[in-house]
Design a protein around this ligand. Structure first.
Ligand SMILES: Nc1ncnc2c1ncn2[C@@H]1O[C@H](COP(=O)(O)OP(=O)(O)O)[C@@H](O)[C@H]1O
Ligand SMILES: [Mg+2]
Length: 207
């Protein structure tokens, strides 16, 4: 079972969007996928409830209690969406059960500053220090041809973390969020595929 957490202390940077897209990609490839949501707003949970029955199934991973119970053994991919401001014990507990952490970062100066503290906290945890957990960055709403991308790369240099891919801004993500579908369900274009592929490959890679 591959266990993936999507986290960043800032709200609105794309955690739930990434979580549901990762889940639906693997579900479409006939994997058994569970999606959990630590966020009190339960965006992924609501998205899951709105998901039409005729689409590839994604199961609900119930993590409402204080302890994290893993999904059943037959699960292939467990995806954990998280709230803004996740830190301290709750972050440590989550890091103890996952193998990969995806951190969406936008090119906004404020987001980068908030993310700096998060990276510092992450790198101080045992799971990350012992390299048991892999961290990958996803530039969210970023076009690689822009100055914003260059700035983000510059910012990331000091942390020695891989920039796995960049996902460009698109209205289609907004529409998908309301209807329980993803861009993969509705037939992604080649351009979308090119943006997501490096992330999906990274998620299945061993470290
Ligand atoms: N690449 C993108 N292009 C356009 N809108 C996006 C993109 N990524 C996320 N959004 C939108 O931004 C808003 C916040 O994203 P969300 O995934 O809910 O962030 P978080 O879970 O980190 O709070 C949502 O309305 C979502 O549809
Ligand atoms: Mg969210």
């Amino acid at each position: 079972m591959r266990k993936i957490m999507v986290a960043n202390p800032k709200g609105g940077c794309g955690k739930s969007t990434l979580s549901v897209h990762i889940a639906s990609w693997f579900a479409r490839h006939d994997e058994i996928v569970y999606l959990g949501d630590l966020d009190r707003q339960q965006s992924s949970r609501h998205w899951l409830e709105a998901r039409p029955d005729n689409l590839s199934p994604i199961l609900h991973w119930d993590i409402s209690g204080d302890d994290f119970h893993l999904p059943p053994k037959h699960c292939n991919f467990a995806i954990l969406d998280t709230p803004a401001g996740l830190h301290g014990k709750r972050l440590k507990d989550a890091l103890n059960i996952v193998d990969k952490v995806v951190v969406p970062v936008s090119a906004s100066r404020f987001d980068m500053l908030a993310t700096r503290e998060f990276f510092e906290e992450l790198s101080a945890t045992k799971a990350v220090r012992k390299e048991r957990v892999d961290i990958g960055i996803v530039g969210m709403r970023i076009d690689v041809r822009t100055h914003a991308y260059a700035q983000l790369l510059e910012f990331l240099k000091e942390f020695h973390l891989p920039m796995v891919t960049c996902i460009a801004q698109s209205q289609r993500y907004l529409q998908a969020a309301d209807t329980g579908v993803t861009l993969f369900d509705s037939g992604a274009s080649t351009a979308i595929d090119i943006q997501w592929r490096p992330l999906l490959n990274w998620l299945v890679s061993r470290h």
